[in-house]
Design a protein around this ligand. Sequence first.
Ligand SMILES: [Cu+2]
Length: 166
Amino acid sequence: MNRFQILVAAAATLFALPVLAESAVQIDNPYARTMGGIGTSGAVFLEITNHAEADDRLLDAKSDVAEKVELHTHKDAGNGVMQMVHVPEGFVIPAMGTHALQRGGDHVMLMGLKQELKDGDIVTLTLVFEKAGEVVVEAPVDNARKADGMGHGGHKMKHGQTEQSN
Ligand SMILES: [Cu+2]
């Protein structure tokens, strides 16, 4: 092969690479639940796996079930009191990694619910990623579900810090 033929062969190889078919982002174990006692807000939890070799970012979420949908996290406001805060910059989904939206942590907040979230209902949610684009998720409502891996007393109380022998 002369140099030109090598270049053509190299170019052909490049173009023969398979086009990335589906979204590089995979959603697992989605579920939604009512938050608080009065039933005007709710949250969606799920696991996001990024199969791409570059970080992605969850930028936004949309749903028709609520007036307003925001990405939230929990922050310790001091004294162990957990407060929810809006995270406008979203959540980084590491390359070839998983980021879980879970109870007591990052979540999709549904504010101003237009309908009651009853067990078995499906909440349709559109997640907006920086690179993967929009991904539609169907999250079943599961109000009875316990917090994953936290069980009771997920917020550990700080006993025993002032232990003294007497
Ligand atoms: Cu929230």
